[in-house]
Design a protein around this ligand. Structure first.
Ligand SMILES: Cc1ncc(COP(=O)(O)O)c(C=O)c1O
Length: 388
């Protein structure tokens, strides 16, 4: 018996439906399937707008780019959680921001409020991107207060947390904009894929233009016309006029078609993930467990700390059970950060996650026996570790 990190998120029936649909020779570049998926995802997260892109990383790149053109950004100082993902941070580096890493909270592994306060005070932060780590909320209520009080723009990288709610509100619906990933191992899959969500029309118009070359073609009629008049551009020339220094980060109708099928399974997948997390929690009481104040936890994986993660990983691998480091540990200890800054950056809690963190599989195909098997094998070698 093997237990994998990811399962058959895209079931065979979805592939069969996709084949059938392809045999009708539909248009394959962005069209009605994309618009339908964007609408369905907006309804699900309960935001006004969604823009479908080709990955969660591309969604983060669009946040970083759109933020530069949204109103008057006072400076390029951004706070980024040390426990995040390479492409939560790297788009901001690539676009010339000054990123300041923030230590993690020792319970939910989101940003540490005390450390965030000190970074905000000393570095004149204008933007904060949160990561909801492995499905858990990261003190969202306190963070909203801080951002409001200090006039800081808040983004949520929700790539690991589709479906989790805090006070009945979906993660990814709190900030100015949020991002999601539909990569293979995530809650739902469009093969590769991602989304930017927002309630703010001005921000989403920027995302829309930047997603497609910087042209005005997909913008609302009013804004497209305004730009055309502002720059005195003829209807003919407007077809190839570029108003922002854009990218091409669109996805395709094939991916959106799968996304629309996947939406039907999303609740079922999230409920399963929540149940599996609870089963791990009751089986592994003697180990530290990540936890949070979500009222519904759509867990990505089960995060814990052990004194001997390399040994545990090796042993589980020999039993055909997959596990991983607890996401990327601390960004301050990653090679690219060390190259960039000339030295590693140390944090009290994030460094311990880096050294001792490991996550165990959660996917919607797992059953009680699978979880019990993972736990019993894990306990044979794992040495409990708690934050110091
Ligand atoms: C927090 C976070 N942000 C962004 C990403 C990138 O998403 P993608 O793999 O779709 O590019 C991931 C990937 O797992 C992630 O965990």
């Amino acid at each position: 018996m093997s237990v994998k990190l990811a399962s058959n998120t895209i079931p065979n029936q979805h592939i069969d439906k996709l084949s059938k649909w392809l045999a009708t020779y539909p248009r394959l570049t962005k069209a009605s399937e994309t618009l339908k998926f964007e609408k369905a995802f907006s309804n699900y997260i309960d935001v006004n707008y969604t823009r479908f892109v080709n990955s969660g990383s591309s969604a983060n790149l669009l946040l970083a780019a759109a933020n530069l053109f949204y109103r008057d950004l006072p400076n390029k100082n951004i706070a980024v959680p040390a426990i995040s993902w390479s492409t939560t941070l790297s788009p901001f580096i690539q676009l010339g921001y000054n990123p300041y890493l923030v230590d993690c909270d020792p319970i939910n592994l989101g940003v540490n409020i005390d450390h965030l306060y000190s970074v905000i005070k000393s570095e004149n932060i204008s933007t904060l991107i949160l990561v909801h780590v492995l499905g858990h909320d990261s003190n969202i209520e306190k963070i909203l207060d801080i951002c409001q009080e200090r006039n800081i723009r808040l983004f949520e990288d929700t790539c690991e947390s589709i479906g989790s709610t805090y006070k009945k509100k979906k993660l990814g619906s709190f900030g100015l904009a949020s991002t999601f990933s539909f990569y293979y191992g995530h809650h739902i899959s469009t093969i590769e894929g991602g989304a930017v969500c927002s309630d703010n029309i001005d921000f989403i118009e920027l995302v829309t233009s930047l997603r497609s070359h910087g042209w005005s073609r997909d913008l609302s009629k009013g804004l497209a016309r305004k730009l055309q008049l502002e720059y005195s551009i003829s209807d003919f020339r407007n077809l190839y006029s570029f108003y922002y220094p854009g990218f091409n980060l669109r996805s395709t109708e094939i991916n959106a078609f799968l996304g629309n099928l996947q939406m039907n399974l999303l609740d079922q997948y999230c409920n399963k993930r929540s149940e599996i997390f609870d089963r791990y929690l009751s089986n592994l009481k003697e180990f530290w467990s990540q936890n949070s104040s979500c009222d519904f936890l759509s867990a990505f994986a089960y995060g814990t700390l052990v004194a001997n993660p390399d040994e545990v990983w090796e042993f589980l691998k020999s039993k055909d059970i997959e596990s991983r480091p607890l996401v990327c540990g601390s960004m301050g200890l990653q090679p690219f950060w060390k190259e960039l800054k000339g030295e590693p950056l140390s944090f009290r809690y994030a460094d311990q996650v880096h050294k001792y963190g490991i996550y165990l599989p959660i996917n919607a195909d797992m059953n009680v026996n699978d979880v019990n098997l993972v736990c019993s094998e894990f306990k044979k070698v794992a040495i409990p570790y708690s934050f110091k």
